[in-house]
Design a protein around this ligand. Structure first.
Ligand code: ATP
Length: 925
């Protein structure tokens, strides 16, 4: 395979060497023969070539240029530098056999001229490529240039051959006679001429190449110069570095000095007062200042040196830049220069950094110096202070001593003067008297002035006091006014709230009464009497510790008793001790007046002995109880409705004692004439009981008075008697409508029951116990009836006692019943109080059913509504018809037989008549 020239740009010296070796090996005699044949074909002599070849080679070599390859006699080459000899080679040796054949072909095709031109161009390209070879950047590879020179020489040889051919041709032409020869000669001449022209062009180009090579050489040498100049720069930099390090050392030394100075400064400060040390410190400070200035000078010098070095380096760089006008070699050199420049810049930067560091150090040194100066200043200040203090102290002491001396002098003088005066005064009584007078006058004037001062003060104080009094008065008045306003406001608010509460309470009460009315409950009122005088003990005195306490209008609380806890009770109304008769009556008024509308009403006072039953029903003189108030109310109402009704009233008074009924309107002994309760057509009545008509309160008062009087005549012990008997005042009311003649028959039992205390408490035994049991049989029976009613038993034991039998038409069916339970607030009665309250609570639960009025129709003459009659002494309805009720019995006992009856005739009646109706609306107050 022939050597490849496809990539001539990648010049590899090793490969070239190899190729040359190979070429040399194969260039044997055959090749030489071929060459000679070829040259012969061209008409060039071999010997001539050989000779001229050597000559030309020598000519081409420059005087100062040592050839790298030297031809030897044995056609081998020896290296001028003494290395192993290389084989000799020529231009033709570079190409193989095939190449030669190709060359020939090319010459045939292109013509020799064109071929040479192409060859030259290619060589030129190769040369250019070689210039761009990276290897050329390294001075060691400059050897390539001689190779190129060698190739050029080869081309030169070829030219020479051509010339000689031309000469030969011209030499031969005169001898040729034939036309063919002449033609061929002229052709040859043309060719030669062309070749000569081409050769001239080639010569010029060769020259250019040579110049280029020499320029390259020059640049290479310049590059060497630059490197040497860079080395010089480096040396400069090193020198600078050295200077800098020296400077650093100096700075460090100065640092150390400064530290020493500092230390000394502190020592100096501590040993304030030593002027020598201060001077020393000052000197050192000056030295330090001097050193600092020197250092600064050195530094600035170093800085200017570095700047100069930089400037020179930059100038060199610029020179380099200006000289580098062509080629990659220059670029390489520029790179090298750039590198150097960068190194320089780095170094300069480092030096600058060091400089900055030094500046910082200097600054620190300056700070330290200023600190030292400040410390010194402080020290000076302290010294001055100490000095001035000492001076002041000394001065003070001096002054004090002087003052003491002066004082002593004065004392001495005074004593002397006094002695003289004294002596003189002793001698003169007159003087003494005068002195005394003067002293007295002085004292008097002093006292006077004090007196006037005191007076002025007193006046001042009095005026102040007056002001204060006035002010206090104003404040007091204002406070009183404010208090009054507050009081009024509070009172107004309280009144307002009370009123509000009252309205709400009344509303609620009304509703409650309506409910009770509908259910027909026994209404229970509780009344707590006040403490009696005899009961007012320490135990009972404290209101908060009272065993019975009213907790509201409907509740009271009883303290724990008999191992039972305290208990709260609720009633339809609870009346506190301070609530009077009017309040109590208000609670029952509506029921009382419903009697006018034909209802049966029973109001009974229940409670232990002394609890206030009689007080409640009868009341003391001037403070009437329910009885009189009820009758007065009834009379008044009857009078109010006289336009519509003709109303008649009759009354009876009886007593049940020991299960015997006594008519208290009948005087004298009644043992043999015992009365009994019976049931008539108009209800229960006491047969033979005297019923008297009452027209006004005077009649009533007289009747009640009579009853009382009769009672006291047969009761041996009135107090005891009254406690063990039930007193019943019954009022019978007939209201006949003037419109239609219907009669409304109402009956009102006002009962003061016997004492409810338990027998065990009375301590009665034997006959007394029997008697007590009999006496209280009615109350037990009342309890049983209430219990039966409460439990809604089918059988209600009314017949068990006279009382219950009498109240049969008031405790059941259609009637209205009010129980007033009276209780004592005293601690000793608390047990009985609790019993009474429990009894009343049970009674409160009894529902009697809705009450109905007793209405007697005029035409029928019987009761239309309600099953109970209205006459105590009345008969059955038939007997009523047969024997009309005594509207106003004269005297004596009322018996059916006697014809005393409340109903005169059967009348029709509508309950809607009258001022107060028995409906719920009449229940409210
Ligand atoms: N609400 C009251 N306000 C003032 N005093 C009262 C009140 N209740 C009772 N008293 C007084 O208490 C005492 C006993 O009252 P009262 O005689 O009415 O009791 P009593 O239960 O009727 O006793 P007895 O069963 O023995 O007839 C009397 O002196 C009476 O004046």
């Amino acid at each position: 395979m022939p050597p490849q020239f496809k990539k001539p740009l990648e010049y590899d010296p090793a490969l070239a060497q190899q190729t040359l070796q190979k070429s040399y090996v194969h260039s044997g005699a055959a090749q030489e023969a071929k060459k000679r044949t070829f040259l012969a074909e061209l008409g060039l002599a071999d010997e001539e070539y050989e000779l001229e070849d050597d000559e030309e080679e020598e000519e081409l070599l420059e005087d100062d240029e040592e050839p790298l390859l030297v031809a030897s006699s044995s056609r081998g080459h020896t290296q001028a530098n003494g290395r192993a000899p290389l084989p000799s080679y020529g231009y033709r040796d570079l190409f193989g056999k095939e190449m030669e054949a190709r060359r020939r072909q090319m010459i045939d095709v292109k013509g020799y001229d064109q071929y040479l031109n192409d060859l030259f161009n290619r060589s030129n390209e190769q040369l250019q490529a070689l210039r761009a070879e990276p290897g050329l950047q390294y001075p060691g590879n400059v050897e390539v240039i001689p190779e190129l020179q060698h190739e050029l020489r080869a081309l030169h040889e070829e030219l020479k051959e051509l010339r000689s051919q031309q000469q030969d041709a011209s030499a031969r032409s005169p001898d040729s006679d034939s036309d063919e020869e002449r033609a061929s000669n002229s052709e040859l001449v043309k060719q030669v001429t062309t070749l000569q022209r081409q050769l001239a062009v080639r010569d010029a180009k060769l020259k250019e190449l040579e110049e280029e090579a020499s320029r390259l050489k020059a640049r290479l040498s310049h590059s060497d110069e630059l490197s040497s100049s860079s080395a010089a720069s480096n040396a400069e930099v090193q020198a600078l570095q050295k200077q800098l390090s020296e400077m650093r050392a100096t700075l460090q030394a100065k640092d150390r000095e400064a530290a020493v100075l500092r230390t000394k400064g502190s020592i100096g400060a501590s040993a304030a007062g030593s002027a020598e040390e201060l001077a020393l410190v000052m000197k050192q400070r000056d030295e330090a200042m001097l050193a600092r200035e020197t250092l600064q000078q050195q530094l600035s010098q170093a800085r200017s040196e570095v700047a100069a070095s930089e400037a020179s380096f930059r100038a060199q760089q610029a020179a380099l830049a200006s000289s580098a006008d062509s080629g990659e070699a220059i670029a390489a050199l520029q790179d090298q220069i750039r590198e150097l420049s960068e190194q320089h810049s780095r170094r300069v930067a480092e030096l600058e950094a060091e400089l900055r560091q030094k500046q910082v150090q200097i600054q620190q040194l300056q700070t330290t110096k200023s600190d030292a100066l400040a410390a010194m200043k402080e020290m000076k200040g302290k010294m001055a202070t100490v000095k001035s203090d000492a001076a002041a102290q000394y001065k003070n002491q001096l002054q004090m001593v002087q003052a003491k001396l002066d004082e002593l002098h004065m004392l001495r003088e005074g004593v002397l003067e006094e002695l003289v005066t004294f002596q003189a005064e002793i001698l003169s009584d007159k003087v003494i008297t005068q002195m005394t007078r003067m002293a007295r006058d002085k004292e008097i004037s002093r006292v006077r002035s004090a007196q006037s001062d005191l007076r002025a003060k007193l006046n001042d104080m009095e005026s102040k006091l007056k002001d204060a009094r006035e002010e206090a008065e104003t404040v007091r008045q204002e406070a009183a006014q404010a208090a009054k306003i507050r009081e009024l406001e509070a009172a107004g608010q309280i009144a307002h709230f009370r009123e509000k509460w009252r309205v709400e309470f009344d509303k609620r009460r009304k509703l409650h009464n309506m409910v009770l009315e509908l259910k027909g409950n026994i209404r229970v009122l509780c009344r707590v009497r006040p403490l009696l005088e005899k009961e007012r003990t320490v135990a009972n005195g404290d209101a908060s510790s009272m065993p019975v306490r009213v907790m509201g209008e409907e509740a009271l609380r009883v303290a724990a008793v008999d191992n039972k806890p305290e208990k709260d009770f609720d009633f339809d109304r609870v009346l506190a001790p301070d609530e009077g008769q009017d309040k109590l009556y208000d609670e029952v008024a509506a029921l009382v007046t419903s009697v006018l509308d034909g209802f049966n009403v029973a109001i009974m006072a229940y409670g232990q002995t002394g609890s206030g039953k009689t007080f409640t029903m009868e009341g003391p003189e001037g403070n009437p109880g329910v009885n009189l108030r009820a009758l007065a109310d009834l009379f008044k109402l009857a009078e109010d409705r006289t336009g519509a009704f003709t109303t008649t009233f009759s009354a009876s008074v009886l007593e049940i004692y020991n299960e015997q009924i006594y008519d208290l309107l009948v005087s004298g002994a009644q043992d043999g004439d015992k009365l009994d309760v019976k049931q008539g057509p108009d209800g229960m009545y006491v047969a033979g009981l005297k019923v008297e008509e009452v027209r006004d309160m005077a009649d009533v008062t007289a009747l009640i008075g009579r009853g009382k009087s009769n009672r006291s005549t047969y009761a041996t012990n009135m107090n005891e008697h009254s406690s063990r008997s039930h007193l019943v005042l019954s009022v019978y009311v007939n209201s006949t409508s003037k419109l239609n003649g219907t009669t409304l028959r109402g009956k009102l039992h006002l009962i003061d029951l016997a004492g409810s205390e338990r027998l065990s408490r009375t301590g009665a035994q034997g006959d007394r116990l029997k008697e007590a049991q009999a006496i209280n049989k009615s109350l037990s029976a009342l309890g049983d009836v209430i219990q039966a009613l409460q439990q809604r038993n089918a059988h209600i034991p009314y017949r068990n006692s006279k009382l219950t039998r009498l109240l049969e038409d008031s405790l059941g069916g259609n009637s209205k019943c009010v129980m007033i339970v009276n209780v004592s607030p005293a601690a000793e009665n608390v047990s009985e109080t609790k019993c009474s309250l429990e009894f009343a609570s049970r009674a409160r639960k009894v529902e009697l059913g809705r009450a109905r009025a007793n209405v007697v129709s005029q035409s029928e003459g019987g009761v239309l509504n309600g099953g109970s009659g209205a006459g105590v002494g009345g008969s059955t309805s038939s007997s009523v018809a047969a024997s009309p009720a005594p509207t106003r019995p004269a005297s004596g006992r009322a018996t059916p037989e006697s014809g005393i009856s409340r109903t005169a005739s059967r009348e029709t009646f509508t309950s809607s008549m009258g001022r107060r109706t028995p409906g719920p609306s009449s229940l409210g107050r």
